[in-house]
Design a protein around this ligand. Structure first.
Ligand SMILES: *[C@@H]1O[C@H](CO)[C@@H](O)[C@H](O)[C@H]1NC(C)=O
Ligand SMILES: *[C@@H]1O[C@H](CO)[C@@H](O)[C@H](O)[C@H]1NC(C)=O
Ligand SMILES: *[C@@H]1O[C@H](CO)[C@@H](O)[C@H](O)[C@H]1NC(C)=O
Ligand SMILES: *[C@@H]1O[C@H](CO)[C@@H](O)[C@H](O)[C@H]1NC(C)=O
Ligand SMILES: *[C@@H]1O[C@H](CO)[C@@H](O)[C@H](O)[C@H]1NC(C)=O
Ligand SMILES: *[C@@H]1O[C@H](CO)[C@@H](O)[C@H](O)[C@H]1NC(C)=O
Length: 538
């Protein structure tokens, strides 16, 4: 009955009426009320999905007692409360247990892990607390473990390292402390999300064996380390987010080995030295790959997996509205680039460090980059003229550095630029012509540069201002001609721009172009993507 507009309560006698039912899927409706206890009578029930409704109350005792046959139980995105201990008392057959986005309280019962068959556990977004039980290591087949957005605290038990088939680990937004688990067994791990906890100490070297890693997020912790050189060995890495720790030392050249990296966030650390000039080795979206990132996880909207779940390669994110959320600051907004969107988003943020030296001109080769934030460092020297090649850039923030020289006038060729700041540097000379995107930037993009002149700044460039003569008739005529030719050339440029844009959209792969249009507003894009499955643009 899933994905309809049904409402009302689940009939109280459903379990007595349909005692032999094996699969009950009522997800994505508007059912309310509580689960009728009679469901516990369905002794052959293997799959029960009630997710995405407005159900509430506690899980009835009868279900908890009669759940032994269940292999899939999804109650996500409702308003259930009570303790998860009472969800199912004998989980012998449970493969997949998703209780995320509810109001469950209490601790994780160790007996939850008394089941070596469990492959997927998602109890994120609840009010659970206490420690992660060491028995977690007993669920040897676990491939997905999501405990995010709860109140878990204490150390992560080292037994977690026994989970050698783990693909997806999300412990983010808790109060976990101590070292990051140092597991050389995590060879299959693709996603490791530990952000917003109290982890401290080093980035464990053992993670160098996680050569399948696609996304590593340790933002907002207390990691006190250098960026390890072995990170260059995680060659499949697409997303590396380490903002808000105490990373120090240089950015190692080995980082440049991460050729497929498209999101890099090292902001709010204590990194010093220069940006490695080899940074142009990184892809930052120059080519678009789909296969890697859409292993049936997120990107296929109407993906449904077989009843006998083989989670080795299958995630179930379609069930979690939040999906796998990676937030990356761009355009002065915190946008959440979700799922498939990540295939099209690319950015580098090294803001708020102590980086010095010149901005490597090689960075101009990062033609797929959408967002660059080098602000609040001590970069000196000129803005590389090569930046005119950053043809996809939408957000460029070089503010609060020690840059000098002029602003390359070619930057006006960056047609997608919507946020631009070079404020608080030592730049001099003229501001770029108020053409194209640059007609939209105001004073704040340039302020704090003593020697900069020209609109939109109030300071005009005196030296180049024409010496005014007393007007005579000839001049007036000339003026009129000038105005005519001005409008003429304006209309001309506009037409050229319009035709150019249409041309680009038409002649590059049409699907790619379509994608771009939707990527412009990622949130909108995500919704469209969910609604119409538009992201099949391969
Ligand atoms: C759980 O159910 C299985 C299969 O019915 C049974 O063998 C086992 O003893 C039960 N475990 C507990 C703790 O009741
Ligand atoms: C774990 O499960 C086994 C078999 O179902 C059962 O005999 C045992 O009592 C359970 N242990 C705990 C701690 O629940
Ligand atoms: C790695 O996993 C295996 C199998 O689960 C386990 O026996 C071993 O203890 C684990 N290694 C570590 C360091 O935990
Ligand atoms: C980078 O991505 C491409 C496309 O997904 C893949 O073929 C390639 O193996 C990846 N590179 C590495 C080093 O994993
Ligand atoms: C239940 O329905 C939802 C929504 O249609 C679907 O995604 C899910 O795969 C279904 N579950 C099973 C086990 O068929
Ligand atoms: C760049 O980073 C700084 C510091 O993190 C932030 O304040 C600023 O808003 C960012 N710029 C853009 C354009 O996102």
């Amino acid at each position: 009955m899933s994905k309809n507009h049904m409402s009302g309560q689940i009939p109280s006698h459903i379990g007595s009426l349909l005692p032999n039912l094996q699969l009950l899927n009522m997800s994505r409706n508007s059912f309310h009320g509580s689960i009728p206890p009679s469901i516990g009578n369905m002794r052959g029930l293997t799959t029960l999905e009630l997710s995405h409704n407005t159900l509430s109350g506690e899980i009835p005792v009868d279900l908890a007692a009669g759940c032994v046959s269940l292999s899939t139980l999804k109650l996500s995105n409702n308003s259930f409360h009570g303790k998860i201990f009472s969800t199912c008392l004998n989980m012998t057959n449970m493969n997949l247990l998703h209780l995320n986005n509810n109001h469950f309280v209490g601790t994780i019962p160790p007996s939850l892990f008394n089941n070596s068959g469990l492959q997927s556990l998602d109890i994120g977004d609840n009010h659970l607390s206490g420690r992660i039980p060491s028995q977690i290591g007993d669920t040897s087949k676990l491939s997905t473990l999501i405990l995010c957005r709860n109140h878990f605290n204490g150390l992560v038990p080292f037994e977690i390292c026994k989970l050698q088939f783990l693909h997806f680990l999300d412990l983010s937004y808790n109060s976990l402390s101590g070292p990051i688990p140092s597991c050389s067994n995590f060879t299959d791990l693709k996603f490791m999300h530990l952000e917003n906890n109290l982890f401290s100490g080093f980035i464990p070297r053992a993670l160098s064996s996680s050569s399948s890693m696609i996304s590593l997020n340790i933002r907002h912790n207390y990691i006190d380390d250098v960026i390890p050189v072995w990170i260059g060995g995680l060659s499949r890495l697409r997303i590396l987010l380490m903002k808000g720790n105490n990373l120090h030392g240089h950015i190692p050249n080995e980082l440049c080995q991460l050729k497929n990296l498209s999101l890099l966030d090292l902001s709010y650390n204590n990194l010093f030295g220069s940006l490695p000039s080899c940074i142009n080795n990184l892809t930052f979206g120059r080519s678009i790959f789909l296969d890697d990132f859409s292993v049936g996880e997120v990107s296929i909207p109407y993906f449904s997996y077989p009843l006998n779940v083989d989670t080795r390669d299958i995630y179930f994110y379609e069930e979690r509205e939040e999906l796998k959320e990676v937030e990356f600051i761009t355009k002065r907004m915190e946008n959440y680039y979700k799922g498939g969107i990540l295939n099209y988003m690319s950015g580098i943020d090294v803001s708020c460090n102590q980086l010095t030296g010149e901005i490597p001109h090689e960075m101009g080769q990062l033609s797929g980059l959408h967002s660059m934030n080098l602000s609040h460092n001590q970069f000196a020297g000129p803005i590389p003229a090569t930046f005119k090649n950053l043809s996809q850039i939408e957000s460029l923030d070089l503010s609060h550095n020690k840059l000098n020289g002029t602003i390359p006038s070619e930057l006006i060729e960056l047609y997608f630029l919507s946020v631009f700041s070079v404020a608080y540097n030592n730049l001099s000379g003229r501001t770029p012509d108020k053409k194209n995107q640059f007609s939209t930037f105001n004073e704040s993009s340039y302020e704090g540069n003593q020697l900069l002149c020209g609109p939109p700044l109030s300071k005009s460039c005196i030296s180049t201002a024409p010496i005014s003569e007393a007007p005579n008739e000839e001049d007036e005529n000339e003026d009129n001609e000038n105005i005519v030719s001005f409008y003429g050339s304006f209309a001309g440029s506009y037409l050229v721009f319009l035709i150019g844009t249409i041309g680009v959209i038409y002649f590059t792969s049409q699907r790619r172009a379509m994608c771009f249009l939707y990527v412009v507003d990622s949130w909108c894009a995500f919704r469209l993507y969910k609604l119409y499955g538009l992201f099949s643009c391969k």
